[in-house]
Design a protein around this ligand. Structure first.
Ligand code: F6P
Length: 501
């Protein structure tokens, strides 16, 4: 196959050290830095050079990346295993005309409810308890945490875990009479979400709320299910089924952003993402931020067999970004078969992990600098601080971020091997002008498209997630029929913790 040839050619490339790459090309930083939407993407501290990039271009051609992009934006059924489109760009105004109009109409419906709530339609509301899990929680949680720090219009809490301790913690300090419970579930069947929602209603009843249903808002692609569950039609905010769960923060799953932070913030977020869509669609491969970042990902995961990639937010506002990216990247591309259902025959997506700087420096960076694993690292920072304290805080934060990238690359020789830093360890840096709604929209859309390019070049369908089903089925069968037919260890654990069940 042509693609095998392209991968074989990539494997043959002679890699230069990072220091050599900079020494041999004075324009390397300019060539390998892309500025877009208030974000500066610097991939110069990676091992990609002209020869490797040219092979990746060939691979992109072999894998018909251009056609795949057109299919994504035209609303073709590219999620072939589930027979549907992946229309998150339409939520940002980029896509098939009808899909865009439909998305807009549903967003206007959400706007109507936001304005009605502001006007007192649901009483004197102070709190939003958003209940969802996975894609129905991670995006809203990240956005509210990142953008709501200067004071949200409503107090927003996000609950996902089925462990009741999470709900207990979230409702502390909430007045049940002044709380909207937003039940967010694309399918409206997810066990965790429906049980948490039921318990939240119990909390309301215990707090003296006569009709908890009157305070429920449902965010779902299956409005009939929400209706059946008891939510009034006027408080159901539907979204298009062709928007995948982990791509759904742009539609009504973003309700706590639209209500909690205000409609203008939500609009700006969409506009930022739309600008990144246009960049992804139109910029040539070598000037295309999501594509270049995906080339880096593929180089390390495929050619250098790196099993993980690390993401460190050097900005407290982005502390939840690694969690968000874990679902986006691992649920999308953690697969062993191609979209055609044949074995992948290559490594799938690496494990995404990370944390915040500078905290992580004092915990996990030892391994990044001197461990035996090669781990590409991504740093994300903002030029503008998210606080008013002494500028020393932000300067020190940024200096530390850049120092880590420099140290990973340059290393430091020592005859004492315990003190030797081998260096030549790759990193990428994303520097934001500021963590604004528009820049964050662009950043998240960048990651979505980067994940998409990774998938296309590997031949994976990034829009299904069959791997999560088996565990759900087994949990259900234990609930339904007890601990029968399991291995002895599982049977013993169930007996020890749950009795005869
Ligand atoms: O179990 C995985 C998953 O289906 C995710 O893909 C999804 O984001 C999450 O569960 C929640 O699903 P839903 O929004 O349908 O409740």
């Amino acid at each position: 196959m042509m693609t095998d040839h392209s991968w074989a050619e990539l494997e043959k490339q002679q890699e230069k050290s990072l220091v050599e790459l900079f020494a041999s090309d004075p324009d390397r930083v300019a060539k390998m830095t892309i500025e877009q939407s208030g974000l500066r993407f610097d991939v110069s501290k990676t091992h990609l050079d002209d020869a490797i990039l040219s092979q990746f271009s060939k691979l992109a051609n072999d894998m018909l990346l251009g056609d795949a992009k057109s299919a994504l934006f035209s609303g073709a059924a590219i999620n072939i295993t589930e027979g549907r489109a992946a229309e998150h760009p339409a939520e940002r105004g980029n896509g098939d005309v009808q899909a865009v109009a439909h998305a807009r109409a549903l967003q206007e419906r959400m706007r109507g409810l936001v304005e009605a709530i502001d006007a007192g339609f649901m009483g004197d509301i102070k709190h939003i308890l958003h209940i969802g899990i996975g894609g129905s929680a991670l995006g809203p949680k990240l956005l509210v945490d990142a953008l709501g720090r200067d004071g949200a219009r409503y107090d927003v809490k996000v609950v996902s875990n089925i462990d009741g301790a999470a709900l207990t913690e979230a409702v502390k300090g909430m007045d049940p009479h002044k709380t909207i419970v937003a039940v967010a579930s694309k399918t409206f069947t997810t066990t965790e979400t429906l049980l948490n929602a039921t318990s939240a209603m119990e909390w309301m009843r215990d707090g003296g709320v006569a009709d908890p249903y009157a305070q429920i808002v449902a965010l779902t692609a299956y409005p009939d299910k929400a209706l059946e569950w008891g939510v009034d039609e006027s408080r159901i905010l539907p979204f298009n089924e062709s928007v995948g769960g982990r791509y759904s923060l742009w539609c009504s799953i973003g309700f706590p952003v639209a209500l909690g932070l205000g409609w203008a913030v939500y609009e700006e977020l969409l506009e930022g993402a739309a600008a990144m869509d246009r960049h992804f669609r139109n910029a040539p491969l070598m000037e295309n931020a999501p594509t270049m970042a995906a080339f880096c990902d593929l180089y390390y995961a495929q050619i250098k067999a790196c099993e993980t990639r690390a993401v460190f937010a050097y900005d407290e506002r982005l502390r939840l970004l690694p969690d968000y990216l874990q679902q986006l990247e691992m649920e999308s591309n953690g697969k062993s078969v191609t979209a055609q259902g044949v074995p992948l025959g290559r490594n799938s997506a690496p494990v995404t992990w990370g944390g915040v700087g500078t905290d992580a420096q004092h915990a996990v960076f030892q391994l990044l600098h001197q461990g035996t694993h090669l781990i590409p690292v991504e740093f994300i920072a903002s030029k503008t601080p998210g606080h008013d304290y002494d500028t020393a805080h932000h300067e020190t934060l940024l200096v530390n971020c850049f120092a880590q990238g420099a140290a990973l690359m340059a290393g430091q020789k020592s005859d004492d091997l315990a003190r030797n830093y081998a260096g030549n360890r790759p990193s990428t840096t994303i520097l934001m002008d500021d963590v604004t709604p528009s820049a964050l929209g662009a950043l998240i859309a960048f990651y979505e498209h980067r994940t998409f390019v990774n998938a296309v070049l590997l031949g994976i369908n990034p829009f299904d997630q069959f791997g999560v089903e088996l565990g759900k089925q087994i949990a259900k069968s234990i609930g339904d029929t007890g601990a029968t037919g399991f291995d002895p260890s599982t049977t013993a654990l169930i007996a020890a913790a749950l009795g005869d069940n």
